[in-house]
Design a protein around this ligand. Structure first.
Ligand code: SF4
Length: 64
């Protein structure tokens, strides 16, 4: 069972790179050009939520 607080829906991600450039501690781009979670504990959850709100594809989901 996954306990992830932060997930990227790769079906929605358009690979713009914004999340990985803004928060490289948390997100990284994978070989297919989509964002993946590198370390969900790499930044405060509030900061991750800010980036999630900036994602043009609304592909980043942050659980409470
Ligand atoms: S900001 Fe959104 S669309 Fe852009 S790479 Fe990150 S998850 Fe994908």
């Amino acid at each position: 069972m996954s306990m992830s607080k932060v997930v990227v829906d790769q079906k929605l991600c358009i690979g713009c790179g914004l999340c990985a450039s803004m928060l490289p501690e948390v997100f990284q781009m994978d070989d297919s050009g989509k964002s993946t979670i590198k370390n969900e504990n790499g930044a405060p959850l509030e900061k991750i939520k800010e980036i999630a709100n900036m994602c043009p594809a609304k592909a980043i989901k942050v659980k409470k």
